[in-house]
Design a protein around this ligand. Structure first.
Ligand code: F6P
Length: 192
């Protein structure tokens, strides 16, 4: 049966500072994950030849760069656009846009950042990605938290409204294998 592999990018300098969005480089720990990833993938996929899909942002490209496979960059895999809040911490957002902060907490799936996107928007822009995934084989996607939550919910048959709360940790390779009645899941944390 066909499997799909998913991974967030390695820890970025923005993850360290608690800033959202942006186009930061990966941190030293993120770099360790990037260097460990080929081994993790080999453990999970054996000698299956994979194709790597990343976003167009540096942290995913840097994370995937040691994988010995063909790579494709998709704009549609870029992180949820946080608009005017891009580059801010949650604390700064709460201070500067208290009503928005609360509105997001009340309805995280539908909340659209000023000048940016909602999870609902992301689900729509991921449609071509999902279609392409459905007719491809042996894809490893290295992308961002919000994006992976939506892709994960899709393959796990979880209603998209719940995607904002899916648990997709850093430095963990996820293997999904769709079966007739449910999708099998395997998680391999990198010990770094
Ligand atoms: O903090 C990392 C990050 O990927 C941000 O860039 C992004 O805005 C956020 O996570 C998405 O998570 P949430 O929807 O829970 O804020």
């Amino acid at each position: 049966p066909r499997s799909i592999w998913l991974s967030r990018h390695g820890e970025s300098n923005f993850n360290l500072s608690g800033q959202i969005g942006g186009d930061a480089d990966i941190s030293e720990r993120g770099e360790l994950y990037a260097r460990r990833l080929p081994e993790l993938v080999a453990q999970s996929a054996g000698d299956t030849k994979l194709t790597i899909w990343t976003s167009t942002l540096k942290r995913t490209i840097q994370t995937a760069r040691f994988l010995p496979f063909e790579k494709l960059e998709w704009k549609a895999l870029d992180e949820l656009d946080s608009g005017v809040c891009d580059g801010m911490t949650y604390g700064e957002i709460e201070e500067k846009y208290p009503e928005d902060f609360k509105a997001r907490d009340d309805d995280k799936y539908n909340y659209r950042y000023l000048g940016g996107e909602s999870y609902r928007d992301v689900v729509i822009r991921l449609e071509p990605i999902i279609m392409e995934l459905e007719r491809s084989e042996n894809i490893l996607i290295v992308t961002h938290q919000a994006i992976l939550r939506c892709i994960y919910a899709y393959f796990m048959n979880v209603p998209q409204e719940r995607s904002p709360w899916m648990e997709v940790p850093l430095h963990t390779l996820i293997k999904l294998t769709p079966k007739a009645y449910k999708t099998e899941e395997e998680r391999m944390p990198a010990k770094i």
